[in-house]
Design a protein around this ligand. Structure first.
Ligand code: DX5
Ligand code: ZN
Length: 225
């Protein structure tokens, strides 16, 4: 079976003084999309960047898939802005709104892919009722807020559970894993059922090209099996 994995570098760990160049390097090295971590200082204890940054990068990278991870309270208030700024996948947190269906519908109404993200302490069954309407389930393997944190091992079991629900129901959503990924835990996460892999520090805190090369090499083993 030929399975395709997607590498989604998180620019949160990039050098913001030359962000465009860093993204360019990641894409040339083989990144499949770019991961944008939007933080509001409320849902998570950190503030990152928002709509204008995505908008200006969209001007420069017209054909790149923008994977936008909203770590903000009441995401329903900003879906339109992120959609118009150029997001392709918009993921919001299950824990950040009372109205999960409504947010998913709003994302889809702009023709965008809808993702629902789960904090490490949120069990897999929380998303059971929405699995048939999402495009992506984003499993956080650290508590959101910062790059460079330690991978939480129980995330692997959660990925496996979500993959099992996907198979049981013949569904097609993708499983994205985000937080503390490296060459050390990559194979566990991929064997458990992950499709989209987010790397912050592992890619950007070092040589971007050789780090992506390393990930691709590791993934090739799984793509061929
Ligand atoms: C955490 C973010 C992640 C993070 C990934 O709040 O959602 O995307 O920046 O960075 P690493 O891979 O360094 O954990
Ligand atoms: Zn993220």
């Amino acid at each position: 079976m030929n399975k395709k994995f997607f590498i989604s570098p998180s620019i949160l760990a990039a050098d913001f003084s030359c962000l465009g160049e860093q993204i360019q390097k990641a894409l040339i090295a083989g990144a499949d999309m770019i991961h944008f971590d939007v933080m509001d200082g409320r849902f998570v204890p950190n503030i990152s960047f928002g709509i204008p940054v995505i908008e200006s990068l969209r001007e420069k990278f017209k054909d790149t898939t923008f994977d936008v991870h909203l770590m903000i309270s009441e995401p329903e208030r900003y879906i339109q802005d992120f959609a118009l700024a150029g997001a392709d996948i918009i993921s919001f947190h299950f824990e950040s709104t009372y109205h999960v269906h409504r947010v998913i519908e709003k994302i889809k109404s702009f023709g965008k892919k809808a993702g629902v993200a789960l904090n490490p302490a949120t069990p897999s069954f929380a998303v059971k009722e929405i699995l048939d309407i999402v495009d992506v389930v984003l499993v956080m393997s650290v508590d959101p807020g910062f790059y460079g944190q330690k991978f939480i091992p129980s995330s692997v079991r959660k990925i496996r559970e979500i993959d099992a629900m996907r198979k049981e129901n013949g569904l097609k959503f993708l499983i994205e894993v985000d937080g503390g990924l490296s060459d050390e835990n990559l194979s566990n996460v991929v064997s458990a059922g992950a499709d989209i892999l987010v790397f912050g520090a592992f890619i950007f805190k070092g040589d971007i090209q050789s780090n992506i090369f390393l990930i691709k090499q590791e993934l090739e083993k799984f793509e061929k099996t």
